[in-house]
Design a binder for this molecule. Sequence first.
Ligand SMILES: Cc1cc2nc3c(=O)[nH]c(=O)nc-3n(C[C@H](O)[C@H](O)[C@H](O)COP(=O)(O)OP(=O)(O)OC[C@H]3O[C@@H](n4cnc5c(N)ncnc54)[C@H](O)[C@@H]3O)c2cc1C
Length: 272
Amino acid sequence: MANLIASQPALCKMRNESYLRMNTMSKAALPARRRSVLISGASIAGPALAFWLDRHGFDVTVVERAPTIRTGGYPIDVRGTAIDVVERMGLLPPVRAAHIASRAMTFVDGAGAVIGRIPIYEAIGSDTGRDVELPRGTLASLLYDATRNSGVDYRFSDSIDTLHDDGAGVDIGFVSGRQERYDIVIGADGLHSRTRHLVFGPEESFSHSLGFCFSLFSMPNDRGLSQGGIVHADAGRTAGIWAVQDSPSDVPPFLYPLKRRVPVFYGFGLMG
Ligand SMILES: Cc1cc2nc3c(=O)[nH]c(=O)nc-3n(C[C@H](O)[C@H](O)[C@H](O)COP(=O)(O)OP(=O)(O)OC[C@H]3O[C@@H](n4cnc5c(N)ncnc54)[C@H](O)[C@@H]3O)c2cc1C
């Protein structure tokens, strides 16, 4: 209460000063209003876009359905121009430090006997020494950390419920009940984007199944794997385990069972 009373004269003075300043400024000299942007989804695309929009003078809010940044995930490659972008963001040192340096993918037959081994960077056409492979969650956290302390406003455990674009702006109703208006709304909420659904309709109109079923989870590394994986490919399905870092004892491998009508190795290759 004391603070409130003490602050009243200061507030009035500020108001008077800004009133005077406004009156003496020509209209052309008035600072342009920062355009507001709402990004739905705080994974890779959302925080990366928030970083650049914030740098370019937008007021950025990111709304994420999960209670915090989702840190799980598989190895993800940052290659080619993505390296240039990461460098311009000033994130190359921590991204490089998180490089998991996978070595080889070993193929086994149904009995577990080795039938072939491919150096991983040759298999995926990687630029060794430049490209980086790091856990998805690490990349998401780095992007989040690079934006959370700047002007970007993160709101977790909420999402867009309704969206109305009247041409001049977009009225958003959030699941939490909040109502807000933004100049621009961007969907970065993944493959099954709710934002896309709200704007363009059901995803069946835009997505086309290639026939893959893909399941991935972490498990104890009781095979002593390090910096590489073992894959068994059979007609129409593939299973594999993958150790994502140096230490085989405390880093679980990932399992990739796949099912597809065409040779599954291509499916595996597509995913990084
Ligand atoms: C095995 C594997 C390996 C891969 N390797 C690579 C690779 O090497 N290189 C590469 O470029 N890509 C790779 N990918 C693809 C990459 O992971 C995805 O392209 C990337 O994660 C997509 O990021 P995103 O931010 O667009 O969406 P997502 O990662 O799908 O994130 C969407 C976010 O939106 C949130 N969300 C969802 N719905 C809502 C909602 N209604 N409201 C608010 N928030 C919501 C989610 O919680 C999530 O945080 C790989 C994928 C797999 C499966």
